[in-house]
Design a binder for this molecule. Sequence first.
Ligand SMILES: Nc1ncnc2c1ncn2[C@@H]1O[C@H](COP(=O)(O)OP(=O)(O)OP(=O)(O)O)[C@@H](O)[C@H]1O
Ligand SMILES: [Mg+2]
Length: 287
Amino acid sequence: MNKRKQLYEGKAKIIFEGPEPGTLVQYFKDDATAFNAQKKATIAGKGVLNNRISAHIMTKLEGIGVPTHFLKSLNMREQLVRQVEIIPIELVVRNIAAGSLVKRLGIKEGTILPQPIVEFYYKKDELGDPMVSDHHIVTLGWADPYELEEIVGQAYRVNDYLNGLFSGIGLTLVDFKLEFGRLWGPYDELYIILADEVSPDNCRLWDAKTGEKLDKDRFRQDLGDLVEGYQEIAKRLGLVPDTGIVREGNIDEKAMAGLTLIENELAKDGTRLRSVRKIPPSKPYKV
Ligand SMILES: Nc1ncnc2c1ncn2[C@@H]1O[C@H](COP(=O)(O)OP(=O)(O)OP(=O)(O)O)[C@@H](O)[C@H]1O
Ligand SMILES: [Mg+2]
């Protein structure tokens, strides 16, 4: 049925050509991977939940002025996004010590960091996405100092917003990963926009009261049903009914059919692509 041209198949998503130039369709798979794809599984419902959670969060971020690639949900597993040139850097923002920070630096898991830490990783699967510094990024030409300043500034805004969003629903945002991309406007002006996904695959979220892990660490550390955790996050965000859409590994098609699709109202507005706000960098990023 699907005649769209497939451009890329990643670990969590498949990217198809979009209906119009400059657009892509992101299909969210049910596949889960961890430890650089050494651990794998298929988990029914994961794709639907991540599609929904990411669409919701991106829409909220657009609403506070963070330009994102999200245009609209097409169906339960697919969303329409703006095509960007992905900057080959993953930004990790940490509020609380967990994961590799604990392993590498011997800090106790759960330690509240006095201020957020931003880390950069070079997107290169063959090398296992190594950690790099701003000097590597600028010197090796993955992003220029102006782009880097913009990206880091946006990452802090996203962090501030998400901390509030999640704490309001009894969740602690421990850390998360972001990807940004470049988009050129009609006058060749450059816009930096948030791309990829913001979902429990890329965020560590703990229940604020019990400390229960509701994110992908459930899968990484065999802590319990992954989809139950994701579904709890979606429920608290008001994105699925309290009864849920996945039960005992099966998707409740009827409950799913009752869900509305999410649209980025700011991106609608007649034109196919909303011209993205450009913030000229105030000064070069310090290196
Ligand atoms: N708006 C966009 N335009 C172009 N590419 C995008 C956009 N949003 C995300 N991507 C890219 O599409 C792919 C999404 O697939 P997926 O997340 O499954 O990849 P992955 O297996 O994690 O691999 P990667 O190491 O490339 O991220 C990623 O490579 C991501 O960088
Ligand atoms: Mg990815």
